[in-house]
Design a protein around this ligand. Structure first.
Ligand SMILES: Nc1ncnc2c1ncn2[C@@H]1O[C@H](COP(=O)(O)OP(=O)(O)O)[C@@H](O)[C@H]1O
Ligand SMILES: Cc1ncsc1CCOP(=O)(O)O
Ligand SMILES: [Mg+2]
Length: 274
């Protein structure tokens, strides 16, 4: 894989997602639930938002049988959610189901940093995806999070991402104007697609994290590494947002058009220069 992947591999993994329709079990915040479920459905995946500790083990054993993945997002944290996250990670690791972590607003409060760190320390995370402030905060430095938003550019988090990827043996994705994907061995890939207006749609980052989970689930049986899956998820999301922006007049129409593009973006229109 070169630094940005290839159009042929992008087409292959998107077609795999649409053909397999992976089951993505999401433990996510109240803000993102609707957009994440609709975004995953538009993409061709099958979302389920199960989060009670009483049913997570059964649900995740079914995710295993369906070759799906789990998306964990700490956005609206409280003590019940914390128990659910730990229970989900334990079940994922027991059943060998890939899980993706979105450490929303890590660094904004100490609890968020410590909960995300505790989950990573349980081991088995496939991909950690955050914005620059979140990734820097998890590395132990001052990330200067402005609530759930980053105040720093993604390039400023690459060093922190390399530290985290090596420490937790997981792929780390940093979103921003440039998205970066870092492997546990310290290899770096990047994706320049996307539009600034995405920052005006709440839960765009949450949706990207769950799309990464869908690409990991569909990609593994087709021979894609988790780093490739993350890179192509960022790329597909970025390209769809660019196409969506052409008929959009602001965040409201962009949000609707983005769902349409995730559903029916024509991959054949891409050339190897894209
Ligand atoms: N300035 C930007 N230009 C282009 N794309 C962006 C920009 N900022 C964020 N994005 C894209 O928006 C999506 C959400 O990323 P981001 O806003 O960093 O996440 P979060 O919402 O978790 O803070 C990602 O796909 C990212 O590539
Ligand atoms: C606004 C907000 N508050 C708690 S979770 C959440 C959504 C954050 O979504 P994203 O990180 O994708 O912008
Ligand atoms: Mg976020």
């Amino acid at each position: 894989m070169d630094e940005n992947g290839s159009v042929e591999r992008l087409q292959e993994i998107v077609q795999a997602v649409k053909a397999k329709g992976p089951l993505i079990q999401c433990l996510t915040n109240y803000v993102s639930m609707d957009f994440m479920a609709n975004g995953l459905l538009a993409l061709g995946a099958h979302p389920a938002m199960v989060h009670s500790v009483e049913e997570l083990d059964v649900a995740i054993s079914k995710v295993k049988a369906a070759e799906g993945a789990v998306s964990i997002n700490i956005g609206t944290l409280d003590s019940h959610w914390i128990e659910s996250f730990k229970c989900a990670v334990k079940a994922c690791n027991e059943h060998q189901v890939p899980w993706v972590l979105d450490p929303v607003a890590a660094g904004f409060t100490p609890l968020r940093t410590s909960v995300a760190t505790e989950l990573l320390e349980m081991g088995g995370c496939a991909v950690l995806r955050g914005n620059a402030s979140e990734i820097i905060s998890l590395s132990g430095a001052e990330g200067a999070a402005k609530g759930v938003d980053s105040t720093k550019g993604s390039e400023g988090a690459v060093k922190a991402a390399k530290t985290l990827a090596a420490k937790y043996r997981c792929v780390v994705g940093i979103s921003g104007a440039m998205d970066y994907v870092i492997t546990p061995e310290g290899k770096q890939f990047s994706c320049e697609h996307g539009i600034p207006m995405l920052q005006k749609i709440t839960a765009a980052g949450c949706l990207v994290s769950s799309i990464i989970a869908a690409f990991v689930a569909a990609g593994r049986p087709s021979g894609f590494t988790d780093a490739e899956a993350a890179l192509y998820a960022f790329t597909y999301f970025g390209i769809c947002s660019e196409a969506a922006s052409q008929n959009s007049h602001g965040p409201g129409s962009l949000r609707a058009n983005l769902l349409d593009q995730l559903h029916s973006f024509d991959l054949d229109q891409l050339s190897s220069d894209d």
